[in-house]
Design a protein around this ligand. Sequence first.
Ligand code: NAI
Length: 334
Amino acid sequence: MAHTITLLHGDGIGPEVTGAVVAIIESTGVKIDWDSQLMGAEAIAVHGDPLPDEVLDSIIRNKVALKGPVTTPVGKGFQSVNVRLRKALDLYANLRPVRSLPNVPSRYENIDLIIVRENTEGLYSGIEHEIIPGVVESIKIITEKASMRIARFAFEYAQAHNRGLVTAVHKANIMKLSDGLFLRCCQDVAKEYPAIKTNDRIIDNLCMQLVTNPNQFQVLVLENLYGDIVSDLAAGLVGGLGVVAGANHGEKGSVFEAVHGSAPDIAGQNKANPTALLQSAVLMLHHIGEGDAATRVYNALVNVLERGIRTRDLGGEASTSAFTNAICEAIQRG
Ligand code: NAI
């Protein structure tokens, strides 16, 4: 049976990396009907909106989307379509598995860390105003409902993937009400999972410990802003944004996307590294019940990297298409 999945090419290097990933998935033999939709600047030209209703309807219908990066104008123009998409579909859990890959230059080996970021509130609630000229206020919203559900997501993930420790990250010593509530919710949910150990870290201490001794952690659960920053920090432990997967989950659907942006500096030059989106696609294949194909894709990626075939951002010479072809061939060889 074919799976129907929404495909959002995005812009910049988006079409190159999504094209690569679609070709690699095709080489596994898994049948997917791609429901392609426009998003970002291209969608403005056709629909007058960077995030047209067609995109949301398609994801709600199909429940799963594979998404390339979309450019967001800085300081002017339209609101981030990524933030709008997360809000519109209530994609409350951002999952980033951070795992070392062979032949990818990085400070550590054997990193295997899961980051669970609350995706809908905190300082990203977008409630900002000027009180008087020269004084602005940005409001951090933390709710019991959102904190409980992200904590539950983290513990459920830990339970399903045999992870024995969940660490709640906060700054409750200073933000006693907001981060205090987040921490209390994590501690309350932890009581429902007695087989999983739990502890907590203050955000600044966590950052220091992540760069000095990252393997002491297994699953981190964080509110929105800390999650955003820490997940990029953790990506830096395994070779950077070009290799780390991301998935956004909610009740209405799941959107699988790379962590990096649209990289306008290398767009259209056949230089982009598709690894991050490919790792997201591995998560997606597991999610749709194609675990065997997911394992074959991951093993082929590892095999190609072990043979020293790497894109330029990782210190290699391979173009996007050469790297993609090598992975397709590795899958077909088995
Ligand atoms: P970026 O991640 O696009 O690029 C940062 C640097 O990393 C650049 O030098 C780029 O060439 C390199 N890079 C990124 N991905 C790469 C890949 N797959 N292969 C090889 N090199 C890669 O970050 P930047 O420049 O801050 O953002 C560019 C645009 O992307 C902005 O408009 C931003 O808003 C948007 N963006 C979109 C995201 C999304 O759609 N999920 C996420 C992050 C940024």
